[in-house]
Design a protein around this ligand. Structure first.
Ligand SMILES: [Zn+2]
Length: 550
């Protein structure tokens, strides 16, 4: 009898030694799983080459990896000839409206299982309430949030173009402190937007210090992505260095035509900072067009104080002339001859403009083709309530150079989409699939394993989501199953409301949310809390700076 037990122990030890895994033998008392995915080629998110295994899921967690077999499962998915990867983590989204579209179908169907929102300085200022909403309003996808500097500043100082008083700064610090305590993953800024643009570096450092104290990071839509992009990168790095926290540069790009090719230099600045021991990372979407509001083309001084103030200023002839001149100068500096690179995604006041360029609209409205009339058209559309825009402003070489960099993650910059509403940027439907189809399979720019790493473990590591982003026992069962030979994005700039092909299953916290070409209706998503509020997980080192480097 003793011999038999010893033999069993030896066998079990051998099994562990061979696979490095537990709970995979039929003798184990914990051998039943809620779901087993069999025969998959597992790409685990580390960047390592794929291996073949069954993956067992219990209580929303990955509970076994190895040879499991279908008999031990309540439910089974056969993933033969398919890739099984961690669900994608999209760290740059704008999904404040998620709870009104809880299926988040456009994200789920490109394999995204976790969203980080609150980017570019805009977020809820009540993080506890936002994350707590999951209880009453279940969602398909996991969500984490940053605390947005612009939203905090607006709450305290409206849209004023001035420095905060000591009391105002203190009030902003208190809001950030509360948000971090409640589970924000860091502080975000949008330094081209009102009111973020009115903040000087010192103000941001003060607030970033609060985020640092809680173990958060600093995510930034920088002050400039055009002619002054290098200065803007230096400012971002400086904020991380002075406040002592990691820096994430959002939607890293070269958007001034005159600077196409300069990503070698801008990536060099990030590499140099990392070599000094500063933790700096970037994210990007896989397109040569960006998307943001129309007013990003207007000089920020005219926007101070908000929409009504701006309209008053534009009504003054001399001021309007100054605006037109500033916009002409900015256009010239960017290297574009006119606004044919600027397409309308959504203009409430006249939806017939959707999908057309400013140049086309100007011609249609006034019969004119010159830049001055195009600027007048932009101002008229701003006065009529503004517009969501798509700007075809980047070069493919820069997109590829940025994607090859090991510290670049893949993120969409998208919101939750309503099918067939407006003509939005296709990234919200296709981003991840486009990387896997076009840049991995067709162009062979990066390996499949590396692309997955950029969508999973790298974002998880960067944003402190410590039990996600890997196919590993004990980790949350956020998974995607796809066919590497057919995965591809279908959304285009002309017809963006198209889901990708090649994705078979998407699983969130062990719940299958997408299968057989349709959403299942399950809502297993969770509100994910940042380092200060995620009890039960080991603390991570909070500083973005090496002791030596500081
Ligand atoms: Zn942004």
């Amino acid at each position: 009898m003793f011999k038999l037990i010893a033999f069993a122990v030896a066998l079990l030890t051998l099994t562990c030694a061979v696979t490095g895994l537990r709970n995979v033998t039929a003798e184990s008392p914990n051998s039943s799983y809620d779901l087993v995915i069999t025969n998959a080629r597992v790409i685990d998110g580390t960047g390592n080459p794929w291996f073949r295994a069954d993956v067992g899921i219990r209580n929303g967690r990955i509970a076994g990896i190895g040879k499991i077999g279908a008999a031990e499962a309540k439910t089974r998915i056969d993933a033969a000839n398919r890739i099984l990867a961690p669900g994608f983590i999209d760290v740059h989204t704008h999904v404040e409206s998620l709870f009104s579209q809880p299926a988040a179908e456009n994200f789920i169907r490109m394999g995204v299982t976790t969203l980080v929102t609150g980017n570019c300085g805009t977020s809820t200022t009540d993080v506890a309430e936002f994350l707590g909403r999951v209880k009453a309003k279940p969602i398909s996808v996991n969500v984490a949030t940053l605390i947005g500097h612009g939203s905090v500043r607006r709450r305290v100082m409206k849209s004023d173009d001035r420095a905060p008083t000591a009391d105002e700064l203190k009030e902003m610090e208190t809001i950030v402190d509360q948000a971090m305590t409640d589970g924000a993953v860091g502080l975000s800024t949008g330094l081209i937007y009102v009111p973020g643009t009115f903040a000087k570096t010192d103000e941001i450092v003060s607030l970033a210090k609060i985020a640092a104290r809680h173990g958060g990071l600093y995510a930034t839509h920088m002050r400039n992505e055009g002619a002054q992009v290098e200065d803007a990168i230096r400012e971002s790095i400086q904020i991380g260095e002075r406040a002592g926290l990691p820096v994430e540069i959002s939607h890293f790009k070269i958007s001034s035509k005159k600077l196409w090719g300069q990503s070698s230099a801008t990536l060099g600045l990030v590499r140099e900072a990392r070599a000094r021991g500063l933790l700096v990372t970037v994210d990007q979407y896989a397109y040569t067009a960006s998307s943001t509001s129309l007013d990003s083309r207007l000089p920020t001084w005219v926007l101070a104080g908000g929409f009504d103030e701006a309209k008053k200023r534009l009504a003054d002839k001399a001021t309007r002339e100054r605006v037109v001149k500033d916009m002409k100068d900015a256009l010239r500096r960017s290297g574009f001859k006119d606004y044919s690179y600027a397409m309308v995604a959504y203009h409430e006041a006249d939806k017939s403009f959707n999908g057309k360029s400013i140049a086309e609209i100007t011609k249609q409205v006034s019969g004119k083709k010159d830049v001055k009339n195009q600027i007048e058209q932009i101002l008229a559309m701003y006065e009529a309530g503004g517009a969501g825009m798509i700007y075809h402003s980047m070069g493919e070489d820069d997109v590829q150079r940025i994607m090859r960099e090991p510290f670049t993650m893949i993120a969409s910059d998208s919101g939750v989409r309503r099918i067939d509403e407006s003509v939005p940027h296709p990234r919200g439907y296709g981003n991840n699939a486009r990387v896997l189809g076009r840049y991995v399979r067709e162009l062979k720019l990066i390996s499949l394993e590396d692309a997955i790493r950029k969508m999973t473990s790298l974002p998880a590591q960067t944003f402190g989501l410590r039990d996600r982003g890997l196919v590993r026992e004990g980790f949350a069962a956020d998974l995607v199953i796809f066919d590497e030979n057919t995965i591809s994005d279908q959304a285009t700039f002309v017809a963006p409301h198209q889901f990708p092909t090649g994705i078979d299953h998407v699983i969130v916290n062990g719940g299958v949310v997408f299968a057989g070409g349709s959403m299942t209706g399950l809502r297993p998503g969770a509100g994910l809390r940042g380092p200060a509020a995620s009890a039960g997980l080991p603390p991570r080192k909070t500083s973005g700076v090496d002791a030596k480097a500081a």
